[in-house]
Design a protein around this ligand. Structure first.
Ligand code: NAD
Length: 370
């Protein structure tokens, strides 16, 4: 079996603490399941700035490009608040996304039954929720030109952002959504604002055309993005896969995330286009949360978002579906058993730290793998 090359970028704050739990898991899998992961490690964010004066070095960037998958922790913290803009910690993540051409951002919102009471919504609305938001990540209004503030000369200024999408960008993100839907409940909801945005009209046309030509067996519905936001908090279980643009995806995925409780639980994946020869995609997996400077170094961080990001890596980069299912089940079982880190603590549960939570998930994964 060819080695599975993983490049680890733990980053700053709680990044290295939660990555530590994933490293233990990888070692166990290599020793007991002959998974053949080869890991190497680099610096990103403030840690890279301190060592190299850049948010990621060229050498580490090369390793990221050569890996089968990148696991990313978190970056940033008050120590680096005043570093120059182009070498600020987040620039490392942006460079990875740009150079690896990661155009598809996958944000699952899964509500573990044991945590249904920590959601701000009613138990029955969120219990068992399992939706996936597929957000276009490299186009749209965040990148479109012109993007500027111009002086109108009459005491007024004008701020301009440009929402722009080409056919190929909509086609490739639609395909990601339809392909994923086939492995889930076979339903895609596409969200745009075609009633007021011409780019939304094109988005709608292209998604409809890709569906008709390549995925007629998948159920497709279209929804205006504002209505979609309402439906997400009214009855989120109506959705399976939601595909949307960069701006709406940014907001809708945060709304969906909070249906499920804490930031410390949320994984994500960012994927590039399949290689024309091997079919492999460049991919980066990271928790949604940041470096949590307020709890960094205290051993209190919840490692589940990082571990669940590794589960996504098993699923999407290595097609290790059974292992990914088992790891996600291990997380659910540990929560069912009443273990909680501080961020998800509730009455009657047992509060544990990062390593205890990581160890418990690994022990449960071992038991399920026996
Ligand atoms: P944050 O996600 O780091 O923290 C928000 C709150 O959630 C904090 O109270 C924190 O303690 C808590 N929290 C987050 N993850 C947790 C976990 N795994 N376990 C327990 N509690 C957790 O966001 P912030 O405070 O706005 O930002 C802190 C730093 O992180 C900033 O420098 C910011 O720029 C950076 N940041 C980085 C990323 C990234 O690396 N992708 C994302 C967001 C923010």
């Amino acid at each position: 079996m060819a080695a599975r090359k993983l490049f680890l970028l733990p980053g700053d704050g709680i990044g290295p603490e939660s990555m530590g739990e994933v490293k233990k898991l990888i070692n166990w899998m290599n020793d007991n399941l002959a998974t053949g992961f080869e890991t190497s490690e680099g610096l990103v964010g403030g840690a890279a700035y301190d060592a190299h004066g850049a948010a990621i070095s060229d050498a580490d960037m090369e390793q990221a490009m050569a890996a089968d998958a990148v696991l990313f922790g978190a970056v940033g913290g008050p120590k680096w608040d005043d570093v120059p803009y182009d070498v600020r910690p987040e620039a490392g993540l942006l460079r990875l996304r740009k150079d690896m051409k990661l155009f598809a951002n996958l944000r699952p919102a899964i509500c573990y039954p044991a945590l249904a009471d920590s959601s701000s919504l009613r138990h029955d609305v969120v219990e068992g929720l399992d939706i996936l938001i597929v957000r276009e990540l490299t186009g749209g209004v965040y990148f479109g030109e012109p993007k500027e503030i111009i002086d109108l000369g009459n005491g007024q200024k004008r701020g301009i952002d440009t929402q722009v999408y080409d056919t190929f960008e909509i086609e490739r993100i639609s395909r990601v959504a339809f392909d994923l839907a086939k492995t889930r409940q076979n339903k895609v909801t596409s969200m745009e604002k075609r009633n007021v945005m011409i780019s939304g009209v094109l988005w709608n046309e292209v998604v409809t055309a890709v569906h008709a030509a390549e995925y007629p067996e998948v159920e497709l519905e279209h929804m205006l993005a504002d209505a979609g936001g309402m439906q997400l908090v009214r009855w989120p279980k109506q959705f399976d896969v939601i595909v949307t643009d960069n701006l709406f995806g940014d907001m809708l995925s945060d709304v969906a995330a909070m249906l499920t409780g804490s930031l410390g639980m949320l994984p994500s994946a960012s994927l590039g286009a399949p290689d024309p020869v091997s079919g492999a995609r460049k991919a980066l997996y990271e928790p949604v949360h940041g470096s949590a400077p307020d709890i960094a170094g205290t051993g209190a961080a919840n490692p589940i978002a990082m571990i669940a990001s590794f589960a996504m890596c098993l699923r999407y980069s290595f097609e290790m579906i059974a292992e990914a299912d088992r790891l996600e089940k291990a997380i659910a079982n540990v929560l069912d058993n009443g273990l909680r880190t501080g961020d998800i603590m509730s009455k009657g549960m047992k509060q544990v730290g990062t390593t205890e939570m990581g160890d418990a998930v690994i022990a449960e994964f071992q038991a399920l793998s026996a």
